[in-house]
Write a protein that binds this ligand. Structure first.
Ligand code: ZN
Ligand code: ZN
Length: 442
C-alpha cells in the first residue's frame, strides 16, 4: 500500500477534512487509485480510493449471501475415535452452550458468529444493489449507519481460526473428516474480508448524500479562516460526525447528523467516566475468567477441569508452540493489554503529554482493532463441546469461566468504543502539536 500524507490546511478554497482521532483540520486531497491519505499528526488513515467499489461490493455480497446458509447449516467436520464419531455445524456449536445453561456465552457466539455476519451481508447487499442501480431511497443512510456500528461485532474470521486450532488440538487423538460445510465457511470468511477491503465508505456516504434524499443537507463547511494559527476542527468551530465523518458547524452539537442521523457531539459525551467504569468492571471479571475452569473433559467417568492457562500449557507440552502462543496472545495478552493500555490512556489524558501522544493514539487504534480476537478460546470450546461428545467414553463441557471471559471481551470492547482519543490532544498547546506534526511529516 502506498501512503501519502494529507496537507495541513493552507488555503480557504479547498474542501476540508478533520481527523477523527486527533481533530486536526486538513485540506482534502483526492488520492489516486491505490493510494491512501493519512493524518500527519496521529497517522490515522483518512481516505483510500478503491476501484469500482460499488459494483465489486455488490457482487461479493451476493456471493456471500449464497454461501451463508450452506456455511452455517452443513457439518464442518467429523471427529472419529475408537469407533465413536461426532460431527458439528456452526449452529450446533452454539446450541450446546445454551443447553448447558451458559445463556450469555451462547448469545455472544450466536450474535458474533451467526446473526451479525448475516445482517452485515444483507445490509451491504441492499445498499450496494441500490447504489449500483442508482436508486437512493431514504432508508440507505440508516442501513449504512447500522452496518458501520455492527462491523466490529461480526467475528467470522475469529471463528475460522478457532476451527483451525480445534483441528490442531484434536489431530493426534482422533481421525478428522472434513465436510463441504468447512469449505463453504472458509469461502464465506474470505468473502467477508474481501467486502471490508473493497467498500469505500466515504464514497458510499457521498453517493447517499449527493444523489439521495439528502440533496438538501448542508454542505461541508469550506470557508474556514486558515490564516489563523489554529489547527483543530474544534478551534475552527467545526465538528465531525463520529459515524459518517461529515463535518458540521459546532452549533449543531446535540442535534442529529444531516447525513447519517446519528447524534453529533464535539467529543463523545462522558468518555472518561464510561471508559473508566467499563475498565473497572472488566478487571472484576478477568480474575474469575482466569482462575476458574473454562472447560471440563469427562473421560471414562472421570472429570478433568482446566483453566485458560492449563489449555495453553497443554499446547506447549505437546510441542504446538505456535498454537499455544496464539491462544496465549488472544486469551491472556490481548485482554490484559486492552485493560492496561486503556488505563494508561485514561490516566495520561490530561494534561497534554505531547511526547507520547502519537504513540498513544496508535495504541488506541490497536486496542480497538484486536478486541474481538479474544473470543478465539470461546469459539474453540464451542467446537470441542459439539465435536467431542462420545457418550460415557469421553465428552467436553463448558465451565463457569466462559461467562466471565465473555464479559471481559464485551466490557473491554465497549470501553474502547466509548473512549474518545481526541480528548488526549485537546489540552496540547499549539507548539506541542506543531512539534509532533513536524516530526512525522514526510
Ligand atoms: Zn490525526
Ligand atoms: Zn453522520
Amino acid at each position: 500500500m502506498i501512503r501519502i500524507y494529507a496537507l495541513e490546511s493552507t488555503n480557504n478554497n479547498s474542501n476540508i477534512i478533520i481527523c477523527p482521532d486527533c481533530d486536526l483540520l486538513l485540506t482534502e486531497q483526492k488520492p489516486a487509485l491505490g493510494y491512501s491519505i493519512s493524518c500527519p499528526r496521529c497517522g490515522k488513515r483518512l481516505r483510500k480510493r478503491k476501484k469500482d467499489s460499488v459494483r465489486r461490493t455488490f457482487v461479493l455480497s451476493i456471493t456471500g449471501l449464497l454461501m451463508y446458509l450452506p456455511a452455517v447449516l452443513l457439518p464442518l467436520m467429523t471427529f472419529e475415535s475408537l469407533g465413536f464419531s461426532d460431527s458439528a455445524t456452526v449452529i450446533e456449536s452454539i446450541v450446546n452452550f445454551y443447553h448447558n445453561g451458559y445463556h450469555f456465552v451462547s448469545l455472544m457466539v450466536f450474535l458474533s458468529a451467526l446473526i451479525f455476519p448475516l445482517l452485515l451481508l444483507v445490509m451491504i447487499f441492499v445498499l450496494s444493489f441500490n447504489l449500483h442501480r442508482h436508486h437512493y431511497p431514504a432508508y440507505l443512510r440508516t442501513l449504512f449507519k447500522y452496518y458501520i456500528h455492527l462491523e466490529d461485532w461480526a467475528m467470522l474470521e475469529v471463528y475460522l481460526l478457532g476451527v483451525l486450532i480445534t483441528v490442531i488440538k484434536m489431530v493426534d487423538s482422533s481421525e478428522i473428516v472434513y465436510h463441504a460445510g468447512l469449505f463453504c465457511f472458509t469461502s464465506l470468511v474470505v468473502i467477508s474480508i474481501a467486502i471490508s477491503t473493497t467498500i469505500d465508505k466515504q464514497y458510499f456516504w457521498q453517493l447517499i448524500e449527493d444523489k439521495g434524499v439528502l440533496k438538501n443537507s448542508p454542505p461541508t463547511p469550506m470557508a474556514v479562516d486558515f490564516t489563523s494559527k489554529l489547527t483543530t476542527g474544534l478551534q475552527h468551530k467545526l465538528i465531525i460526525c463520529h459515524t459518517c465523518e461529515k463535518i458540521v458547524a459546532a452549533h449543531s452539537a446535540g442535534k442529529s447528523c444531516p447525513r447519517c442521523a446519528t447524534k453529533i457531539h464535539s467529543r463523545l459525551p462522558g468518555a472518561i467516566g464510561k471508559t473508566s467504569a467499563l475498565i473497572l468492571t472488566s478487571i472484576l471479571f478477568i480474575l474469575p475468567a482466569n482462575l476458574l475452569p473454562i472447560m471440563k473433559v469427562d473421560f471414562l467417568g472421570v472429570t478433568d477441569e482446566s483453566t485458560i492457562l492449563d489449555g495453553i500449557i497443554y499446547f506447549f507440552q505437546h510441542g504446538s508452540f505456535f498454537i499455544g502462543f496464539i491462544i496465549f496472545t488472544a486469551s491472556i495478552l490481548v485482554p490484559v493489554f486492552k485493560i492496561i493500555g486503556l488505563s494508561i490512556l485514561l490516566f495520561s489524558t490530561r494534561p497534554c503529554a505531547a511526547r507520547f501522544l502519537r504513540k498513544k493514539t496508535i495504541m488506541y487504534r490497536w486496542i480497538a482493532f484486536i478486541g474481538r480476537w479474544s473470543m478465539l478460546d470461546i469459539f474453540v470450546i464451542a467446537l470441542l463441546v459439539a465435536l467431542v461428545d462420545f457418550g460415557f467414553f469421553t465428552s467436553v463441557h463448558v465451565a463457569s469461566a466462559a461467562t466471565y471471559f465473555c464479559l471481559v471481551v464485551t466490557t473491554t470492547m465497549f470501553a474502547a468504543i466509548t473512549f474518545d482519543p481526541r480528548i488526549m490532544w485537546d489540552d496540547c498547546t499549539q507548539s506541542q502539536s506543531k512539534s509532533i506534526l513536524k516530526k512525522h511529516s514526510p
